[in-house]
Design a protein around this ligand. Structure first.
Ligand code: GAP
Length: 446
């Protein structure tokens, strides 16, 4: 029994086949780097959002939630440094004009154009054509606000959710009467015009981020940073329950760090295409609040009444991409097993995260079974995420529920009509036990 063999193609295929993830606008040929979450995928994504929100926001007395707009004042992105610095190096195939990340093509972790030029000197594009010289490409998605499309109406779809938090720092501090240290958490869409989106949900152009900005005293910078690293690790390893053997820390060198970060550690996860960034913890110092003070002319400093002094808070950030978390959870859960000579594909999702927790399955479509089976469904549906399914043979329905990751199937058969009992089948062990309908809820432990 193993999930070692999991490759990306199998995950993509299962995600499509079982209604987790569809390519966006598929009937028109899709859009590179954009995906839609289907019925089970949107439920799993919601469960992951809830897990993040409960862990980071609801369960901490000094963390407040926010849902800021995707469109903000363009000056925000000037002050944050994104207009000047949110860039990736790019090269172009000179014949077919396909574009590639120059650093990926060169196999270098660098944004330095001279270094990249040297490394790419004799390289050809994947189609065997000469490459252009590398140049810098801004990844922000531009749009126009209002009816006139000119330079005065340019706006941007936010490239990270953090920006909306900084411009609301003072609003939240004041309304919540918050004292440093306190944090603001937010979940929402962000947009990046990635040069080469790839690896399914890993590098998207429309993505979702779950971000916490934690405002601290400058003198507590190091301690708070280490604390947030531990909190971020525990979220993926314990709350989400990803296999800890597949998680590692990766510390950024100075030339790898984003323009705002004085220190940065990524949590890498062993994806099917290698160990790559799942989440990031950044020490953003006072860069953000100071930049927005300069940009807006508003005072965002904090007055510490105990010490009778004023300072600009430092920001410690914990950020995770919901799509990458989704992909990591699928990767971890995917298992193939041999059962009686047949291959069984099963998603061993943590029961709390599973999109369907209990499937109620009448043994057949016989109309004698439906009323009781439906009564069982009605009894369970307010306690668990339930599905009622009477289509196809029972064997195929079990296989379908295994692939969706449903921890329990409850089968109603002809004996149930006589003995008021049903069969519970447990997903991972496939063990079946008979229980009284009156004791059913207590028999299912998530
Ligand atoms: N506010 C900090 C920030 O945006 P980042 O490292 O650029 O930092 C944070 O992004 C997280 O967002 C990453 O750790 C990753 O999980 C996710 N992410 C970034 N770019 C992504 C993309 N193109 N597709 C999917 N997720 C992405």
């Amino acid at each position: 029994m193993s999930n070692k063999s999991v490759d990306l193609e199998r995950l993509v295929s299962l995600a499509k086949r079982r209604g987790f993830v569809f390519p966006a606008s598929e009937i028109y040929g899709g859009v590179a780097g954009v995906y839609d979450y289907g019925p089970y995928g949107s439920q799993l994504a919601n469960n992951l959002r809830d897990a993040w929100w409960n862990y980071y926001v609801v369960s901490r007395p000094n963390i407040y939630g926010l849902d800021s707009a995707i469109l903000q004042h363009p000056k925000l992105w000037e002050a944050s440094g994104h207009i000047a610095g949110f860039t990736d190096p790019m090269v172009e195939d000179t014949k077919n004009h396909k574009r590639y990340r120059a650093d990926h093509m060169a196999g270098l972790d660098s944004n330095n154009l001279e270094e990249l030029k040297a490394a790419l000197k004799d390289k050809k594009s994947p189609d065997g054509n000469p490459l252009s010289e590398p140049r810098i490409f801004n990844m922000m998605l531009k749009t126009y606000l209002g009816s006139v499309e000119d330079d005065t109406s340019i706006s941007y779809l936010r490239p990270e959710t953090a920006g909306g938090i900084y411009v609301n720092y003072e609003n939240v501090r004041e309304t919540m009467r918050a004292k440093i240290p306190f944090g603001i958490g937010q979940i929402g869409k962000a947009f990046r015009n990635e040069i080469s989106p790839r690896d399914f949900l890993f590098r998207k152009r429309e993505l979702e981020q779950c971000e916490l900005q934690y405002f601290v005293k400058p003198e507590n910078e190091k301690e708070e940073y280490e604390n947030l690293r531990q909190i971020s690790w525990d979220f993926v390893a314990k709350t989400i329950g990803l296999d800890e053997k597949k998680l590692t820390w990766h510390e950024h060198e100075a030339d790898e760090r984003a323009h705002y970060a004085a220190a940065a550690h990524d949590i890498y996860y062993e994806f099917p295409f290698g160990a790559k960034e799942l989440a990031g913890v950044h020490d953003r110092t006072d860069f953000d609040l100071k930049s927005h003070m300069e940009g807006s002319g508003k005072d965002l400093s904090y007055f510490d009444q105990e010490k009778n002094e004023r300072f600009v808070p430092f920001v410690m950030e914990s950020s995770i991409g919901l799509d990458r978390l989704f992909l990591a959870v699928l990767t971890d859960a995917y298992h193939e097993e041999e059962v009686n000579g047949d291959k069984r594909v099963v998603l061993k999702l943590k029961p709390e995260l599973a999109p369907v927790q209990v499937a109620v399955l009448p043994l057949s479509k016989d109309e004698k079974l439906s009323p009781l089976a439906f009564k069982v469904y009605e009894k369970l549906k307010d306690k668990f995420a339930c599905e009622y399914d009477q289509t196809q043979s029972i064997g195929r329905r079990y296989r379908r529920q295994d692939e969706i990751g449903t921890p329990y199937c409850v089968t109603v058969d002809f004996d149930s009509l006589e003995d008021d009992s049903v069969t519970i089948r447990e997903r991972d062990s496939m063990e079946q036990k008979r229980v009284k309908i009156s004791e059913l809820i207590e028999s299912i432990s998530l």
